[in-house]
Design a protein around this ligand. Structure first.
Ligand SMILES: Nc1ncnc2c1ncn2[C@@H]1O[C@H](COP(=O)(O)OP(=O)(O)OP(=O)(O)O)[C@@H](O)[C@H]1O
Length: 258
């Protein structure tokens, strides 16, 4: 499928200051084309979550502009944003299935019949390998299982923009690789405009069409690295020379600028 590269999420001169604090973000510029997925790496405290929360509309007071397809993002009711926050954001008093159902209702996936909606919930749960958890409550699940539910929920609402804040951090290495593959498969079937924050260099390369690096100096512009590996099959990426080269480049920036 071909998409226009002029459309997308456009962040210009974004500055965020928390009350009484210093700037958490300073003059950030980033353009994410529609239907692209960029990963973000940066040292702890550089403002990655703040960036996602600002785009999600959870931080209301910022300077600068955040627009989507040419219009201010937060004035547009019809732009649906799926956020997977670090704490998963699941309602503890609702079952897994009800958490997803409720998100679909609020986001008004309203053109679906009840039966279609239930089928979608089952499909997304199955795609994340957690269909058997449908009737469990979030607090009875492991961190990794809750992360999968949060991701299934984000896909289920068919958002135009998806924001993920270290969504695989609670997974062991083997499960993480499996989920990365499943996630990418899901993303390819629903290529939502996506920003994916991670602390893991390999993950950033495996999932990102470009890798965005934030640095500890808030005056520095974001570093945008092209990822020639993006279209290669996931199982072939890790062993390629380009993978090795790109991780070397990223680690160099980490050493110099983190
Ligand atoms: N609610 C808040 N009130 C005041 N300061 C905050 C608040 N949330 C974050 N900060 C500060 O803003 C800066 C950026 O925080 P943020 O959580 O965005 O960083 P991060 O890059 O996501 O960090 P991490 O990788 O550790 O999750 C930090 O200095 C943090 O202490």
């Amino acid at each position: 499928m071909l998409y226009s590269r002029n459309r997308g999420l456009d962040i210009r001169n974004l500055t965020v200051e928390y009350q009484g604090g210093q700037a958490a973000l300073k003059s950030v510029d980033l353009f994410l084309p529609e239907h692209s997925i960029y990963t973000i790496l940066g040292p702890s405290g550089c403002g990655k979550s703040t960036l996602l929360r600002s785009i999600a509309g959870l931080i209301k007071t910022y300077h600068g502009e955040i627009s989507y397809n040419g219009k201010a993002l937060h004035g547009q009711d019809q732009v649906l944003i799926g956020l997977v926050p670090q704490n998963y954001g699941l309602l503890p008093w609702k079952t897994v299935q009800s958490n997803i159902r409720m998100a679909m209702r609020i986001s008004n996936s309203g053109t679906l019949t009840k039966q279609q909606q239930e089928q979608q919930i089952t499909n997304w749960l199955e795609s994340m390998g957690i269909a058997d958890l449908a009737h469990r409550y979030p607090l009875s699940l492991s961190g990794g299982q809750q992360q999968r539910v949060a991701i299934a929920r984000a896909f289920a609402i068919s958002p135009q923009i998806m924001l993920l804040d270290e969504p695989f951090s609670a997974l062991d290495a083997i499960t993480r690789e499996e989920i990365q593959r499943i996630f990418l498969g899901n993303w390819n079937s629903l290529p939502t405009t996506t920003l994916f924050v991670t602390h893991d260099v390999e993950e950033a390369i495996l999932l990102g069409e470009k890798v965005i690096m934030m640095t500890s100096n808030k005056e520095d512009p974001l570093i945008v690295m092209d990822n020639p590996l993006f279209s290669i099959k996931p199982e072939e990426k890790r062993d390629s020379e380009q993978f090795f080269q790109l991780s070397k480049e990223i680690r160099k920036v980490m050493q110099e600028k983190w």
